[in-house]
Every structure is written in C-alpha cells, then in structure tokens.
Ligand binder design. Structure first.
Ligand code: CUA
Length: 347
C-alpha cells in the first residue's frame, strides 16, 4: 500500500520535471534573451557544452535518485524479527568507488569546459577580424568601428561570416556585455580590456542587456545587435559614413537651430554640426546622434524610436531613465516638436 502510493508520487514528480524541462527547452520566439537559441559559432559552442553537461548531470541524477527510491521501496519493510545491523568500520571498495566515480564525473565536465574556454578565448586573434570597440557608460553603450570610421550608440551592426572582435571598455563602473543569442556574456571593467570574438551566422535583430548591477538605471542599459548579410552591412557602413542630410524646409530647420542653441550640442555629436574630436576622451559625452533618425530605439534601447517617445525622453529624461546624465531642457510646444522633427530627420 505504502509502496504503491510512493510509486505514484514518484511518477507524478518525474512527469512534472519532464514537462518543465521540455517546456524550458522549446525555442521561445517571445523571449529575446533566450540563451538556448544560438546564432553564432560562440553561442553554438556554449550551447553544445550546456547540452553535454546537462545530459551528464541528468544521467547522474537518474542513477542517484533511482538508487535512493529503489532502496526506499525495496527495503521499506523488514521481514523476519528485529536484529542489530552489522557493524563495519570501513569498506575499501566502497570508498574507492565514491572517490573515483565523482572524480571521473568532474573530469568529464572539466575537459569539454576547458576546451570551450580555450577555443573561444584564443591568445591571438585572426588577422582578418572586424574590430568593434564597445564603450560602456552609465547607462548606454557606445560602439566604434576603428577600421571603418563609424560610430554609433546602443545599436551595433555586424556582418555574417566574418570574425568580429569586440573590445570591451568601461568609462565608469563595472558593466557586463550580454547578447545571449549572438555572443554570450563578458564583464566590462574600467582600466581593463576584455574581449569577445565570434562569427555570427543568422541575420536578424537581437537583444542585448547589461548584466552587472551598475547603478540606478542598470536595468535600462540595453542594446540591439543587428546581424546583416555582408552586402547589407556594407550598405549600412556607407550610409553611416555620410553626414546627415541638412534639412532645408519645415519644422526640422527650426529644430536644427534649437539643437545648436540648447545644451544638446555640448554633449552630442552630429557629424558636420557639432562634436568632439575622435580622440576626445575626457568628461561626459552623450551618444553620437549623426544618424539618430535611422535607429530603431533610443535611450539605452528601452523605447522604440518614435516622435512621441523622443519627446517623452527629452521632456524629462530622469523620469524615463532614473539617474540619466541628460538634463531636462524645459522645452515644450513648437520648440519640442521642431527639435523632435530635426532629430527624426537625421536618417
Ligand atoms: Cu551597466 Cu548594469
């Protein structure tokens, strides 16, 4: 009676665990930070390692739990009269077994793990890599392409089929660069250069997120990775190298004047309009806005780039992203509409 109740409880639990595992492993289009949907050689290596270790762990779990329940079910009732258990101070074979078997299990996990670490963090990088400097700020991401002369913010574009070498720097505190489907995760530490190297192979738009607590708006420090075919990427680069088209009529003309007169130009670069030299590295600097109108998102990628959201952000940045360095400008009415029209014109 007791044995059959225990058996049905066990079956119930195993069923629940299997159902949970199956649902967790299904690819989820609705979860952009899904770590089980690799799209590069790096994330594929991490995923394969995860599967390898998980399978091994599940086998160990089944053996241990199976042995436990076997003992519980088989030896739960005693036949014959009461008698003292035998006293045994040591059993060399048993002790050897529980030393050697765990050591072999650890070895089976360590060898593939170290292999992946060595493979994904080589000491020297291939020559034909595309370097991308990632500079973390509280709370946004700056991206430089030193060999292409391109600069962008919160949205990074990379081509498929080419080795990308992300060089990670921080301007202030420790951040963590996490793009689960494309490139894993690595800390971004002031005074130290960390790196991620990968070859992306599935074009698409992917989510990224800072994953090291870095202050008030840590959760608002997101970014997007746009993986493009080499042709699309070249087109994007050529477009980024052009200065934005100067507005000649409409609200954007008035907006350009507001941009120049308001404090915006002190912190934000717009090619041909305002800006720091590339070598400028001191003091505060806001995102480069040269092609702001062509970006999908704004403010640390927390909002879609729509005129309403741009106005919402400029009206009170601190309400949208607590602690943001962007000041409140006190713009409203036509001034606000004109400035927004100008920023959105920067395609
Ligand atoms: Cu940057 Cu958290």
């Amino acid at each position: 009676m007791m044995a059959s109740a225990a058996k049905s409880t066990l079956t119930g639990w195993l069923g629940a665990i299997l159902a949970l595992t199956a649902s967790a492993c299904k690819p989820q289009a609705g979860y952009p930070l899904d770590t089980l949907a690799p799209t590069s050689d790096l994330t594929k290596s991490l995923y394969d390692l995860f599967v390898e270790v998980t399978v091994l762990d599940v086998i160990v779990l089944i053996v241990v739990v199976g042995a436990l329940f076997f003992a519980m079910l088989v030896f739960s009732t005693r036949t014959g009269g009461r008698r003292e258990p035998s006293v045994k101070h040591s059993d060399m074979y048993l002790e050897m077994a529980w030393t050697i078997i765990p050591a072999l299990i650890l070895l089976a996990i360590t060898v593939p793990t170290v292999r992946v670490i060595i493979k994904t963090q080589p000491y020297t990088w291939p020559r034909d890599t595309l370097p991308v400097e990632v500079i973390a700020h509280q709370w946004w991401w700056e991206f430089h392409y030193p060999t292409l002369g391109v600069e962008t913010a919160d949205e990074v574009h990379i081509p498929t089929g080419q080795t990308i070498h992300f060089e990670l720097f921080s301007k202030d505190v420790i951040h963590s660069f996490f793009m689960p489907q494309v490139g894993g995760k690595r800390d971004v530490i002031p005074g130290q250069e960390n790196q991620i190297t990968l070859v992306a192979n599935v074009p698409g738009e992917y989510y990224g997120q800072c994953t090291e607590f870095c202050g008030d708006s840590h959760a608002n420090m997101r970014f997007r990775v746009f993986v493009q075919t080499p042709t699309d990427f070249q087109q994007w680069v050529q477009h980024q190298l052009q200065p934005p088209v100067k507005p000649v009529a409409g609200a954007a003309v008035a907006g350009a004047k507001i941009f120049a007169d308001a404090p915006c130009a002190i912190c934000h670069t717009i090619q041909g309009v305002s800006g720091f030299s590339k070598e400028y590295t001191y003091g505060f600097r806001g995102p480069d806005l040269t092609h702001f109108g062509s970006r999908r998102t704004l403010a640390g990628s927390i909002m879609d780039n729509t005129p309403q959201n741009v106005a919402l952000w400029i009206r009170n940045p601190d309400a949208v992203k607590p602690g943001a360095n962007m000041p409140t400008l006190g713009l409203s009415g036509d001034d606000m509409n004109n400035l927004v029209a100008y920023l959105e014109s920067l395609k």
